[in-house]
Ligand binder design. Structure first.
Ligand code: HMH
Length: 220
């Protein structure tokens, strides 16, 4: 099962940081119904810019996957490519609904830092196992963060439930679990230095995600 692999061990080993990323005061305030709507709008507009960068990142993961002798993961990764198209439309609709003008948004510092990290994966020297690990943890932070906003006892404002469902749904959770199985299988067959690089990337994503929530919740 997914809970017996390397990824589960890392989540335990780096649990404090994982929780700072997935139980951040910003997403917890969505769950509590106390969210500052100007922070929500800032997150929405910044995440739109993030997702546009994320397209190129997913394409680089797909490319690395296809270059493997065993490219059986391709269909799962391709599912990620397909859903990002819908996600961009969703952001545009949501922005209109909240009166956010996406054309006038510039990326803030933490977002730019995340962009640079994502861009580094286009280098062919970065291995598939490191890239797919990064993809999995990026998606999982959102799955866990927004999943918590729709779990029992939430007081999430009804107008934010659609956002929470996008990443918190059972379908997205299943998708993240499929990615996790791929990652654990790749890590089990990877050389020690690649496993080490993958763990470093895992930690880096948690730091960048925390920075992204911080950026959204406080104008800096
Ligand atoms: C910052 N991390 C960030 N934005 C996202 N949309 C996701 C993860 C998940 O796709």
């Amino acid at each position: 099962g997914v809970d017996t692999g390397t990824t589960a061990a890392w989540m335990e080993k780096h649990r404090q940081m994982y929780e700072r990323a997935t139980r951040h005061p910003f997403t917890v305030s969505i769950r509590d119904g106390t969210v500052d709507m100007s922070a929500f709008k800032r997150w929405l507009s910044q995440d739109y810019l993030f997702v546009r960068e994320f397209v190129a990142f997913i394409a680089s993961v797909l490319l690395k996957c296809c270059k493997q002798e065993d490219s059986s993961d391709m269909e799962i990764i391709l599912g990620g490519v397909a859903s990002i198209s819908d996600e961009i439309s969703w952001f545009k609709n949501e922005a209109t609904r909240w009166g956010v003008n996406l054309a006038s948004v510039s990326p803030l510092k933490a977002n730019l830092e995340y962009h640079r990290f994502l861009q580094s994966f286009t280098e062919p020297e970065v291995s598939y196992v490191v890239a797919v690990t990064t993809f999995w943890i990026i998606e999982t932070v959102y799955q866990d963060s927004f999943g918590f906003c729709i779990q029992d006892g939430n007081r999430t404002p009804p107008e934010l439930l659609g956002t929470c469902q996008r990443w918190g749904s059972a379908g997205f959770r299943q998708y993240c679990q499929s990615l996790q199985s791929i990652v654990d299988r790749c890590l089990a067959n990877a050389p020690a230095d690649a496993v080490k690089s993958a763990e470093e990337a895992f930690i880096r994503v948690l730091e960048l995600e925390i920075g992204f929530w911080e950026m959204s919740s406080s104008q800096s």
